[in-house]
Design a protein around this ligand. Structure first.
Ligand code: ZN
Length: 258
């Protein structure tokens, strides 16, 4: 809507000598300014598509959460393996104690010194069993922790995957809309450039390349809206003339005094 109003504001009325007919003529700088607006919109659309494509190709979030999940899975596997080892050690120790007890009370040994040695051995085996049982308990607790960590990592990974998929779906939708915008903007561009003199169009295109995409600068409070330099009185008044193209003496851009 603003563009329509703007367009109307800068349509100049020229009375043909007989004043029976009126023709509407847009100022030359307005035509270029309009083209600049469309090109800037196109530049913005292309830049956003480029950013979207980069975001769509970026799988860093998923990669990181997958890495965490793999690590948690490995920790769980190791904790399970460790617990099995500790359980085996306890089992083996109990067998050793049983054998020692059998020798002690089996009646085959009657020598008091040997019986005392067997008694001592049995005591130390039992002491060590208690250490092994503690280690087994620690291994069980460690497995519990590892299991909780694994479940947490799996849930976090599933959430990340969903979030990324949702985000990518939104971005794809935005890209589709941008591509439609671009088609519309291209049509507008064709229409806008059709009535610009080829020589002026060439100057415009060359300036776009040299001046980071901005070939036309709006005159704002007697200054160039692009480079900010104050315009001389001659340039300022020349920029008001609808039939000619005036350029900023500092940056060289086409001035639009609308
Ligand atoms: Zn300038």
């Amino acid at each position: 809507m603003n563009l329509v109003i703007e367009r109307l504001q800068f349509i100049y009325l020229l009375y043909i000598s007989k004043s029976t007919s009126i023709i509407f003529v847009m100022s030359e700088s307005f035509k270029l300014f309009r083209l600049q607006q469309i090109d800037s919109e196109l530049d913005k659309s292309y830049a956003r598509i480029k950013a979207i494509d980069q975001l769509l190709a970026d799988d860093e979030k998923i990669r990181r959460s997958q890495l965490k999940l793999d690590r948690a899975k490995k920790e769980h596997f190791d904790a399970e393996k460790n617990l099995r080892l500790e359980e085996q050690k306890v089992k083996d120790q109990r067998i050793k104690i049983e054998r020692s007890q059998a020798a002690l009370y089996g009646g085959k040994v009657s020598n008091p010194k040997e019986l005392q040695d067997l008694q001592q051995e049995s005591e130390s085996l039992k002491k060590y069993l208690s250490i092994l049982e503690d280690q087994q308990l620690e291994a069980m607790l460690a497995l519990d922790d590892a299991e909780a960590g694994y479940v947490e990592a799996a849930e976090a990974h599933a959430t990340t995957k969903t979030q990324v998929a949702d985000q990518k779906a939104e971005l794809s939708e935005e890209k589709t809309e941008l591509l439609q915008d671009i088609e519309r903007q291209k049509n507008e561009r064709n229409a806008a450039s059709a009535n610009i003199v080829p020589a002026e169009l060439s100057i415009y295109e060359a300036l776009r390349k040299q001046k980071k995409g901005i070939a036309v600068a709006r005159v704002l409070d007697k200054t160039c809206g692009a480079c900010g330099s104050t315009l001389s009185a001659t340039i300022f008044s020349s920029a008001q003339v609808p039939t000619k193209i005036t350029r900023c003496s500092t940056c060289g851009r086409i001035l639009y005094a609308g």
